[in-house]
Design a protein around this ligand. Sequence first.
Ligand SMILES: O=C[C@H](O)COP(=O)(O)O
Length: 256
Amino acid sequence: MRTPIIAGNWKMHKTVNEAVQYIETIQSNQLPQDVEAVICAPFLTLHTLQDKLAGSSIGLGAQNAHWEKEGAYTGEVSVHMLQDLGVGYVILGHSERRTYFAETCEQVNKKTIAALNAGIIPIVCVGETIQERESGRTFEVVSSQVKKALKGIASNELHKVVLAYEPVWAIGTGRASSANDAEEVIAYIRKTLMSEFGTAVAEQIRIQYGGSVKPENIATYMAEPNIDGALVGGAALDPESFSGLVKAASRVGGQA
Ligand SMILES: O=C[C@H](O)COP(=O)(O)O
């Protein structure tokens, strides 16, 4: 059985002080232990949060990383640096990075391989634009993104990857995909994984849905057989809301 994973992506939000207050609130909320809860925070807050979360079951993630260990890459932070800090997760290939920073599938692949080599769990994002959906290309686009991101990864490493299906049109718009539609695409992604890497690995890889997920709608996604959690932006910015999301994803104590 795949462990549900709820990851909060703070994007470019929160100072160090705000981040600390947030963590103190979720730590006082007694999150369920059968859900992997992860906070993906801005680089500047990671060092402080790593100390704050020491010994806690809440995971800490970054939102991007460079694949090279070090070098003349002004403004970049390497996977190696995250590993040194003890960061456990990294979001890769988010549509905002693909759109605003021209990140390519080839770069996402290099970053994914580097993260796995460093023992960091990559949360690899894929998803179609509204134009791609309306022209009937959703399956083609997401399966191509998945295949390119995972190209060349050793089969004994693949199961560690987390995929996040995030239709671009649903991100930050309040226009969430219905659970049925998200399940249809995610089931197709799992089918793609089966044909590329075999059933055993495909059954192990966790696939999240992302795009306007809130405490009020998360149960509908968690009820779907192929959806293993959520990658949440806006609704993860408030610690009570994030706690509510994690609780609702619990199979033991959830309100589904
Ligand atoms: O990484 C998170 C996604 O971009 C979803 O953002 P959202 O929950 O604000 O729609």
